[in-house]
Write a protein that binds this ligand. Structure first.
Ligand SMILES: Cc1cc2nc3c(=O)[nH]c(=O)nc-3n(C[C@H](O)[C@H](O)[C@H](O)COP(=O)(O)OP(=O)(O)OC[C@H]3O[C@@H](n4cnc5c(N)ncnc54)[C@H](O)[C@@H]3O)c2cc1C
Length: 429
């Protein structure tokens, strides 16, 4: 009888588990941490539920949103869905119009504040050109080079394209893959009107999908083991033996859904997987810093999410509007930069100073907490090679945001990879 071991209870692993459970296939999930969710998980700190990293989802995350709806009975109140609004504080404001795509964007662009008429035409021409080429490049290049080739002005790059690129790919435009960036533009801005919606979690990220997915799996006879670090995966003549917490068990299939920098510990030594291990070995990584600041309850931001371009902060979120956490503000600094040289206290103080320039009368925070993820995502560089989900080793699969996908390292690519593995197994079964 098919029994699938899923190693890793992040978004990829839990999506695979929920999909297999839907198909009535027996699963056991092994998660090393106490908390499900991996890089998108709840972090409990001083009576507040923080997230390991503040996440932005979009309407184009069709599989993530579908799975949330499938497993989370409170899905309607778990997310805040807003028509695309790109607000760079006091510099730029674009709001999508209530029209079918791509007119929602074109009309939004035409009425955007912070751009001259020539820049609006230039951005529209750029998008029209991408569209006529079906968002395909003959040869991958960096986003910055592509923007220069299409004569996008410094202002356009600063307030629109660079923030979009860093938010989507977590890679600086100088070294980010233009092709992957275009894939994101194609599916978010040029698909349907709702594909460009911003979707923000109103619950912590473990409660959004991984925990309800675990309940869904358990309700269908599956098992989700927390605090169970897998220490060995041994291929047998038929199936696999898995070791966790000094106990061994056998399974017919394995979906290895752990982060890319950890996965090779299991792949190296398995001859059939040596080529894949070499591809993973070539991946490079980019950090994301999340800075949490707790202010007195009276403090709030002008909107639930705000973009900033002139300091370290890329995005800042008001958790009161989103999750009812009064006075709690979370700032995101994507990708590598000078901030990595600061101590956590220095970084907290610096972020507070930057916020003071945007929120008048901001008092000192009661506390700050920095969560630095050094390997938040793989660096999405031009031509980057990613391993497939279905591997040459029979019944052994890889799931995760770094596996083959049109998308950069995002929740959606993690979810889709888990579904690909599960569907492949279900077809065989
Ligand atoms: C700070 C930050 C901000 C981000 N912002 C966004 C965003 O705005 N939008 C977006 O779409 N994406 C964002 N991302 C990316 C997104 O979080 C990831 O793409 C996604 O969570 C990856 O999921 P995954 O399941 O592939 O991997 P992971 O989340 O890394 O899951 C792997 C799991 O495997 C477990 N594990 C590892 N080793 C073992 C072992 N030996 N045995 C058992 N379990 C093991 C880990 O504990 C972990 O739970 C962000 C990431 C970070 C870090």
């Amino acid at each position: 009888m098919t029994h699938v071991a899923i190693i890793g209870g992040g978004y990829a692993g839990m999506s695979a588990a929920a999909t297999l459970a839907t198909r009535k296939i027996k699963v056991t999930v092994f998660e090393a941490a106490r908390q499900l969710g991996g890089r998108a998980r709840r972090v409990d700190y001083r009576d507040e539920a923080l997230d390991n990293g503040l996440h932005i989802l979009i309407g184009a995350y069709t599989e993530t949103l579908r799975l949330i709806e499938l497993v989370n009975s409170r899905h309607a109140s778990a997310v805040l869905r807003m028509p695309l609004e790109w607000k760079v504080h006091e510099e730029f404001h674009l709001r999508a119009a209530n029209l079918p795509a791509p007119f929602h964007l074109l009309v939004g662009l035409a009425s955007a504040q912070g751009l001259g008429i020539a820049e609006k035409f230039s951005a529209a021409r750029f998008l029209a050109k991408l569209r006529s080429n079906r968002y395909k490049l003959e040869r991958d290049l960096s986003v910055e080079t592509l923007l220069k080739q299409h004569a996008q002005s410094e202002t356009l790059r600063r307030v629109l394209w660079r923030p979009l690129c860093v938010a989507a790919l977590n890679t600086p435009p100088q070294s980010a893959s233009a092709q992957v960036f275009l894939n994101v533009l194609r599916d978010s801005l040029d698909a349907t009107q709702s594909a460009s919606d911003l979707v923000l979690a109103k619950v912590d990220l473990s409660a959004l999908l991984p925990e309800p997915a675990a309940a869904y799996v358990e309700h269908r006879g599956g098992t989700v083991l927390r605090s169970q670090r897998v220490t060995a995966i041994d291929p047998l003549a038929s199936g696999f033996e898995i070791e966790a917490n000094n106990q061994r068990a056998t399974f017919t299939h394995v979906i290895c859904a752990i982060s890319p920098h950890q996965v090779n510990a299991f792949l190296i030594g398995i001859t059939a997987l040596s080529e894949i291990a070499a591809v993973i070995d070539q991946l490079r990584y980019q950090p994301i810093h999340s800075v949490w600041l707790k202010y007195p309850g009276s403090v709030s931001l002008p909107s639930p999410m705000l973009g900033l371009t002139r300091g370290l902060i890329h995005w800042v979120f008001d958790r009161e509007t989103l999750c009812g956490q009064r006075g709690l503000v979370g700032a995101v600094i994507s990708a590598a930069g000078e901030h990595e040289n600061l101590t956590q206290d220095e970084l907290g103080a610096r972020i507070h100073c930057e916020l003071q320039q945007h929120v008048s009368g901001l008092p000192d925070p009661l506390w700050t907490r920095v969560i630095a993820e050094k390997r938040a995502t793989f660096a999405c560089m031009p031509g980057v090679r990613r391993p497939p989900q279905v591997t040459p080793l029979k019944n052994f699969y890889l799931a995760g945001d770094y596996t083959e996908s049109d998308y950069p390292a995002t929740i959606e690519s993690a979810v889709r990879s888990g579904i690909v593995c599960a569907e492949h197994i279900a077809q065989q079964a």
